[in-house]
Write a protein that binds this ligand. Structure first.
Ligand SMILES: [Zn+2]
Length: 257
């Protein structure tokens, strides 16, 4: 599932083929891409950047393409193809390469400041080198609203970039039960959660995700996707539950209620 680390990896890959290049073909079923395709055509990409799970492709004429992959979106970045798949939400071609985005719920083109305004609500980006802990804490307290810690750290207005996998992994490593009310998690523990997320996610940008340091099959997570299996630390059975299509995993031994 795309989280901040995978989106930052896509941005690196896209930057390598798009930045400084003229866009020679634009295609896409996204309404916004169809409307704006003529504006992008012939433009040059100046930067590919991310804010949390949002990817932004900036053009030299002041236009930006905003992509959020949601649960289903995919990128294919490679040699130029002249006929992109019919269901591509977006396809951008340079003289040598084509980047195709399929099944993403959000692909929008607008003036850069207009896109920025729509991302205004996002909290500090977990992968930003100058991550603002104080701002994350301020937002967590403002927005916790009786919710559990697992809901609050997934809220992109509190901290941008953490998704379902890192939510479970970080809370496990910090020994915090995911159902604990966020109001009962003190500032130091919250800072520690964010620092742990930064340490886990940063090395995974642009590569296959692992939180254990082991990239072998079935060994890349501490707890995510391991419901019913033995905890790697204490041997207790890993628990899981589902809420609105999002799974949470925890160990009753390491993360008591
Ligand atoms: Zn355990």
């Amino acid at each position: 599932m795309p989280e901040g680390d995978s989106v930052a990896g896509h941005a690196k890959e896209l930057a390598a083929v798009l930045v400084g290049e003229e866009i020679e073909a634009v295609y896409g079923t996204s309404g916004s891409v169809r409307t704006a395709s003529r504006r992008l055509l012939g433009g040059r990409v100046v930067e590919v950047r991310t804010r949390g799970k949002n990817l932004l492709i900036d053009f030299d004429q002041g236009w930006t393409v905003w992509v959020h992959l949601g649960m289903t979106g995919r990128w294919r970045i490679g040699k130029r193809i002249d006929r992109p798949p019919g269901d591509a939400k977006l396809a951008l071609s340079t003289s040598t390469s084509t980047a195709v985005c399929r099944k993403a719920p959000t692909v929008e083109v607008d003036r850069t400041p207009a896109i920025e305004r729509r991302l205004d609500q996002l909290g500090p980006d977990i992968l930003d080198q100058s991550f603002d802990n104080a701002e994350m804490l301020r937002r967590a307290r403002l927005l916790e609203n009786g919710r559990s810690i697992s809901e609050v750290i997934l809220d992109q207005r509190v901290v941008a970039g953490i998704g379902n996998v890192y939510k479970s992994e970080v809370l496990y490593l910090e020994k915090i039960n995911p159902r604990r009310p966020a109001a009962e998690v003190d500032d130091e523990a919250l800072r520690s959660i964010a620092q742990r997320a930064i340490r886990l996610m940063t090395p995974n940008v642009g590569r296959r995700r692992s939180t254990t340091g082991d990239r072998g099959p079935g060994r890349s997570t501490w707890i995510y996707g391991r419901g019913g299996e033995a905890c790697r630390r204490c041997g207790a059975r890993v628990m899981s539950d589902q809420h609105g299509g999002r799974y949470t995993y925890w160990c009753p031994g390491c993360q008591p209620a």
